[in-house]
Design a protein around this ligand. Structure first.
Ligand code: AMP
Length: 430
């Protein structure tokens, strides 16, 4: 085909395929921002000695059943399937269970401080900020019961939001007590809600039978008065659990992480004991403003086959955190993918060499293809949003020089020898 000839459009089928409901393609520049977010996260948690773990995206379904048979995640939302070998597997709906299963399998030395980033899958009602494939970044620590560790974990999430530039994030903390405290509290809730169950929504009446704690999760208006009047976990804590919680809050005070104690905060998964917490982005609508959360899960490792090992961690939703960044106008996507655009008016051979020189030096560079006209190449340079163009015409080629043009406003231009090119580009990019 001759250079520059138009490509005939080919119709493969009448059907235009779209990404499945609840999933989407993340194209540049959103993908660049996404990666930058994970990089910031890796830096923040790396500074506290957390090491990356990459768990599989599916597990034996029983691993996730430990999240609680009465939770929506397990009951309604799991992508479980039988594989060709007859195993029942599930795409991970979250990563704590996977990380703890991995801990139980490999038994790394304690304390085990891990971080992760990657997608999870839940068959949820797809809407803004709620997807069927969504990403989280998170940490898990196994070993210590020290309340200062809970505070470290919470403050790392806080510092991460700060690093993104978010200002309108609030932190809610609560304690669910020991498993025994929790059982007593669940009983107190059962009595409270059962006494006036007629006033509850139908859904919550069903939830009440399965797990009274879950009723506190209801956002239905009908349930609000009874939830407001419900007993508070904080009043049912044993001395030990109360002292642990006081240790967490005083450490948060000491490092200046602001929080509100939310006595009815329960999280959507059953494994939490003692500390629980949640981050809300006030710049988002209330329905999707939960940007992250976590807590202690001291019984989970033993449930998954390890010796009794306490654990604490959190998961932050990447999609929603970026929506919060949009709403606050912070952590913006990059404007350009490259620094330099090479325009070769001599046929293209010069561009081969010049782009290689610039790339090898570590700058980001692109060029035009298919022997386009000088005008078309300059247009492409503008569209690329590169700060600088390197122009090679016949004169420059003959003289062994290049022209460096600043594409930002009236940045001017200069002609320099090839030896001076990199130095000139770097000086202008500074
Ligand atoms: P969870 O594991 O449910 O506690 O979720 C932790 C965080 O992940 C939430 O605060 C959300 O930011 C995010 N998240 C959970 N489910 C979804 C979803 N379906 N779509 C987008 N983000 C989600």
């Amino acid at each position: 085909m001759p250079v520059g000839a138009p490509v005939a459009s080919i119709t493969v089928s009448d059907h235009v395929f779209r990404a499945p409901k609840g999933t989407r393609d993340i194209l540049w520049p959103d993908s660049a921002r996404w990666r930058a977010l994970v990089d910031v996260f890796a830096e923040v948690v790396g500074s506290a000695g957390y090491l990356e773990v990459i768990p599989p995206m599916f597990e034996h379904v029983e691993v996730f059943q430990r999240l609680g048979e009465t939770t929506d995640v397990v009951r309604k939302e799991m992508y479980s399937f039988e594989d060709k070998g007859g195993r029942t597997l599930a795409l991970r709906p979250e990563q704590t269970a996977s990380v703890v299963r991995g801990f139980s399998e490999h038994r790394p030395t304690l304390p085990y401080k891990a971080w992760y980033a990657g997608p999870n899958f839940r068959y949820e009602r797809a809407q803004k900020g709620r997807f069927r494939q969504f990403d989280q970044v998170g940490v898990e620590v196994l070993g210590p019961t020290d309340p200062h560790l809970d505070a470290e974990v919470i403050s790392l999430a806080w510092r991460f939001y700060e690093r993104l530039g978010l200002k309108e994030v609030t932190l809610l903390v609560n304690s669910l007590g020991s498993p025994e405290d929790r059982a007593r509290y669940v009983e107190a809730l059962r009595v409270h809600f059962t006494a006036e169950s007629d006033a509850l929504s139908e859904e919550s009446r069903t939830t009440l039978e399965a797990n009274p704690l879950r009723v506190l999760d209801s956002r239905r208006e009908a349930d609000a008065p009874l939830i407001d009047a419900a007993p508070r976990m904080i009043d049912h804590l044993s001395d030990d659990a109360a002292a642990h919680f006081a240790g967490v809050t005083s450490a948060l005070d000491a490092v200046g992480v602001p929080y509100t104690v939310a006595p009815r905060l329960v999280r959507g998964l059953d494994y939490y004991v003692r500390t629980t917490f949640e981050f809300a982005a006030e710049a988002l609508d209330a329905a999707q403003n939960a940007v992250g959360g976590g807590g202690r899960y001291d019984g989970l490792a033993a449930d998954l086959g390890a010796p009794e090992t306490p654990g604490v961690g959190f998961a932050l939703g990447v999609d929603r955190t970026l929506l919060a960044c949009d709403a606050e106008g912070v952590f913006n996507a990059p404007a350009a993918a490259i620094d330099v655009f090479v325009v070769d008016a001599t046929g293209g051979d010069e561009a081969v060499v010049v782009t290689d020189l610039i790339r090898t030096d570590g700058l980001r560079v692109d060029r035009a293809w298919d022997g386009r006209s000088m005008k078309a190449q300059m247009k492409a340079a503008d569209r690329s949003a590169a700060a600088l163009a390197v122009i090679v015409g016949e004169d420059e080629k003959a003289a062994g020089t290049v022209t460096v043009r600043d594409l930002r406003g009236d940045g001017g231009q200069e002609t320099v020898t090839r030896d001076q090119m990199i130095q000139t580009l770097r000086a202008r990019l500074r």
